[in-house]
Ligand binder design. Structure first.
Ligand SMILES: NC(=O)c1ccc[n+]([C@@H]2O[C@H](COP(=O)([O-])OP(=O)(O)OC[C@H]3O[C@@H](n4cnc5c(N)ncnc54)[C@H](OP(=O)(O)O)[C@@H]3O)[C@@H](O)[C@H]2O)c1
Length: 326
């Protein structure tokens, strides 16, 4: 089969399309003819850093949508011909290829009317936003949330999910993206280049601070975000923790949540793994009902993926880029 080949760790931007054997599904697994695979920062990060479980050439790509071609033994929830989307296991070969193998219990069926490209845009960014808001912070109507990097994939889904759930949404974005983040549902857009986002969040909330923060940027940003949190506020971090020890205070109690979406594949915890499928099912239904947008800004070819990953690594990309494969 045709696949985009990573010849060694660190060679992400030099990947070329080549030919490798088609994989075969094992027990509880399915073979998927991939139609679309979305790009994510995790692709260039792991591609550059490598993984001890990989053999080379490796195939990157975690978020794929396609058609079930073959089912291994013990698969009961999907059948040949079903349209599915899934978040793959980063220790295994991925979806920048004509075919991919994944565990059947982690896939979601794509409803009628939703394109493979839109479905593929969901998993890494969308499920991370979903898990953070609803499984970790238990976001609820009437709360305020500061979503960092609202123009990015995770931020864009978080804004939409939070708005749908009845929260007031503050977000950080460059001023050129303020109209965009408002179109996704942000009530307040803060230009983090020009303003101190923590001070601005306090000003917007009349000094109370926000109930929730989703930090998608990194340790320093997460640290600074603590200043914007309300009494009993919660922060979830996906790109590095704040300095938790220094932040523990009897006078200003906070809660901290780590989110590491894909590591569930290595957990041997089937209940937690099934949540990937459940989150997918719910997000696909929101997409079908027109309540969220899949954020797809660009559809590219498999050959164009390395250049697009280089662009993504500048951290200036808005929304999602998806590769059309079959
Ligand atoms: N732990 C997990 O499970 C998990 C899951 C998914 C993603 N992640 C990580 O989360 C991060 C976010 O991923 P992503 O897919 O949303 O893509 P991304 O490439 O990080 O997002 C790009 C956006 O970030 C914005 N941005 C850059 N620096 C910023 C800053 N200092 N403050 C506010 N916004 C900033 C840019 O917006 P402007 O142009 O408007 O500035 C750009 O649109 C990545 O590091 C990714 O690896 C972790």
């Amino acid at each position: 089969m045709k696949a985009l080949l990573l010849e060694d760790k660190g060679k992400v931007f030099e990947m070329k399309v080549g030919t490798v054997d088609k994989p075969a599904p094992g027990k509880g697994e399915i073979l998927v003819k991939i139609v679309a695979t979305a790009l994510n920062p995790v692709d260039y990060k792991t591609g550059n850093g490598g993984n001890p479980n990989w053999t080379f050439p490796h195939i990157l790509g975690l978020d794929s949508a396609g058609i079930v071609e073959e089912a291994g033994t013990d698969v009961t929830n999907v059948k040949v011909g079903d349209r599915v989307v899934y978040h793959g296991d980063l220790t295994k070969k991925g979806g920048f290829a004509e075919y991919g193998v994944t565990t059947a219990h982690t896939v979601s069926l794509i409803p009628e009317g939703i394109s493979f490209e839109d479905a593929a845009a969901l998993p890494t960014a969308g499920y991370t936003a979903y898990q953070t808001l609803f499984h970790k912070m238990h976001a609820s109507k009437g709360q305020t949330i500061l979503v960092h990097a609202g123009a990015g994939g995770v931020g864009g889904f978080a804004i939409q999910l939070a708005k749908n759930a009845g929260l007031t949404v503050l977000t950080t974005a460059s001023s050129a993206n303020h109209e965009y983040v408002r179109s996704l549902g942000a009530d307040h857009a803060i230009d983090y280049h020009e303003e101190d986002f923590a001070e601005k969040a306090l000003e917007i909330t009349n000094g109370l601070g926000v109930d929730l923060v989703l930090d998608t940027v990194g340790r320093d940003n997460a640290d600074k975000s603590l200043k914007a949190l309300a009494f009993n506020g919660q922060i979830a971090f996906i790109a590095g923790p704040p300095n938790v020890n220094d932040a523990i205070s009897f006078a200003h109690p906070l809660s901290f949540h780590q989110v590491a979406l894909g590591s569930v594949h290595q957990s041997n915890n089937m209940n937690e793994q099934r949540k990937l499928a459940e989150m997918g099912d719910h997000m696909l239904s929101l997409l079908q009902d027109g309540k969220i947008n899949a954020l797809v800004e660009k559809v590219i070819s498999l050959e164009e993926v390395p250049e697009a990953l280089a662009e993504l690594s500048t951290r200036r990309v808005k929304g999602k880029i998806v590769a059309k494969i079959n």
